[in-house]
Design a protein around this ligand. Structure first.
Ligand SMILES: [Zn+2]
Ligand SMILES: [Zn+2]
Length: 144
């Protein structure tokens, strides 16, 4: 059974095949917009988001999504305020997370594993310590 959905952009019903819920016509249009933005930015390096949006008649939301998807990157420093890291809210140029959070997220699994090892190590250390105490007590008794 085909997965039929409403296009998020034009509302038309279409056969959904995956990815963004956008009909083929709107997807084509979007790809065309992307190529136009790319060309425009090539000719006008450092153009602001609003500039691109008004000059090319592409919605700011669409441009932002290209940024989120990592297809576009903000070249000028002022433009950095457009996107925020989804984790810490810091300004980023492209994608979803700032480099720091990306690193943290990538290593979070690793650190969870090392935390587990740390717990284990401290438990072993505690056992050693209590063993040592017992041993010392015995020595004390012996020497008495
Ligand atoms: Zn559509
Ligand atoms: Zn962050």
């Amino acid at each position: 059974m085909p997965d039929v959905r409403n296009c998020r952009k034009c509302g038309k019903i279409f056969n959904y095949i995956g990815g963004m819920p956008i009909c083929p016509a709107c997807k084509d249009k979007e790809e065309e917009d992307f190529q136009r933005i790319k060309k425009y930015l090539y000719e006008n390096p450092g153009a602001s988001l609003t500039q691109v949006s008004t000059e090319l008649d592409v919605s700011v939301e669409t441009i932002k999504r290209f940024l989120r998807e990592g297809r576009l990157e903000i070249a000028n420093e002022e433009g950095n305020l457009l996107l925020e890291c989804e984790n810490c809210g810091r300004s980023i140029k492209s994608g979803r997370f700032c480099p720091d959070c990306e690193r943290t997220l990538a290593s979070s699994f690793k650190s969870a594993a090392s935390q587990m090892k740390l717990d284990l190590d401290s438990r072993v250390n505690n056992e050693k310590r209590s063993l040592g105490l017992r041993y010392l007590n015995k020595e004390y008794e012996k020497g008495k």
